[in-house]
Design a protein. Sequence first.
Length: 291
Amino acid sequence: MDINYELYKVFYYVAITLSFSEASKRLYISQSAVSQSVKVLEKKLNQTLFIRSTKRVQLTPEGEILLKHIEPAINLIKKGETQLLEANTLNGGQLRIGASDTICRYFLVPYLNRFHKLYPHVHIKVTNQTSIECAKLLENGQVDFCITNYPNSGLSNHQSIRVIREFSDVFVAHSSHFALQGRKLSLKELQSSPILMLDRKSTTSEFLHNLFQRHQLDLVPEIELSSNDLLIDLARIGLGIAFVPDFCIPHDEKDLFILELEEQLPTRQLVVVSNDTLPISQAAKQFMEIL
């Protein structure tokens, strides 16, 4: 089917803004031209892509399917244009990184600082999502690479995975609320304690649930949050036992202690992941070398 790229481009901007007028502003064409282009595309595809009303625009199910395929393609084209304009120099351009809030705070900042001092003209854009969502950003071409916890169910086979460092996950509690220091606990014993952990959209949650399942135990957390820092804060006031990566615990921590377990927990890794099927910018190559 021979469909002009410009029609897909117009569809993309209407789909992400859900506004014909906003799409016309971004494309620097008239609103009527936007509307006409969408009509032509719908006729060629023999599908209704948008539900139009006086107050709002919505994607139809068919429109949502098309957007899932068009968005990565548009991002690839934008990335290609940017790389050509950069002409393989580090005097400009953009570095796009995907990383979780925890990884940014406790690992990435010194490397960002070093890179910025070396290449001050490169614009750095960091997108904060969970490690699983960061894998999706990479798949859609929205970042040059991502730094995630591993294992990560969101990663695919055509991505290059390089280990940066290993880390351990630990259970921490406040000694005045949980008299467990000096004891070795089993996961079964921990099962009856109030567990504070990251929510289900995280690799850490996947890891802990899988660990309990391997020991034929059900894990029902007391509290699920999206921030390791908040989990540590709640453990400090005695709301439960927090499960967090060891690198999140401050070196001068006085209120919390790490629980000893009978079972040895597997270590995990921080990894940098890029897409093998796509060219990578000079800025991204240089940052990964620093890592």
